[in-house]
Design a protein around this ligand. Structure first.
Ligand code: ATP
Ligand code: MG
Length: 162
């Protein structure tokens, strides 16, 4: 499943691609956390984003199914916030639009018939969570969080220069 086709959320976008191995989760935390901090995201927001992203990545490893070789963590940063998409090409979520005859629209995570601790954690720590899952086309979890950029945030300087 691709993450393209949606309106771009931010001025800076980067993509991390990982194999489906347990070690990918702490590596994701290190790389994503360091990058967010260096661009000026405050420590509390970094903590919240990493917690939510950890749950989404753990779900790929746990629920993605046999076809999943790897997954992508696509992060967009802009004036109003941060968006992190965790995308895999697995079998999709049971009980979600995967079971429908035709692909369904993106659903708010709160509407999933089956929802455990991980999605609840994501919803608690970021402002908006959706899970888009379709039969044979994988799953994309999209998490958005408002960021209050400090005046001296490196991202501001980058945007001013571009
Ligand atoms: N990447 C994914 N691929 C397939 N199914 C997924 C994926 N992410 C979430 N799901 C589905 O959504 C459900 C809810 O996920 P959630 O993280 O809330 O709970 P959980 O993983 O079952 O349990 P917990 O996170 O509490 O250990 C999962 O049980 C699974 O069916
Ligand atoms: Mg989970």
């Amino acid at each position: 499943m691709t993450t393209g086709g949606k309106k771009s959320f931010g001025e800076v976008k980067f993509c991390l691609v990982f194999p489906c191995e347990t070690l990918s989760v702490p590596v994701m935390r290190r790389v994503l956390g360091d990058t967010l901090r260096r661009l000026g995201v405050d420590e509390e927001s970094v903590y919240d984003i990493l917690l939510a992203a950890t749950e989404a990545c753990t779900n790929v490893l746990r629920h993605g199914g046999g076809p999943v070789n790897g997954y992508a963590v696509v992060t967009s940063l802009g004036a109003v916030g941060c968006q992190v998409e965790v995308a895999d090409e697995g079998t999709g979520a049971a009980g979600s639009p995967r079971g429908a005859a035709a692909p369904g629209p993106e659903l708010p995570a709160a509407q999933l018939p089956e929802s455990g601790r991980g999605l609840a954690v994501m919803r608690a720590f970021v402002d908006n969570v959706t899970l888009d899952s379709r039969p044979g086309r994988g799953t994309v979890v999209t998490m958005r969080k408002h960021i209050s950029w400090p005046a001296d945030a490196p991202l501001r300087r980058y945007r001013a220069a571009s």
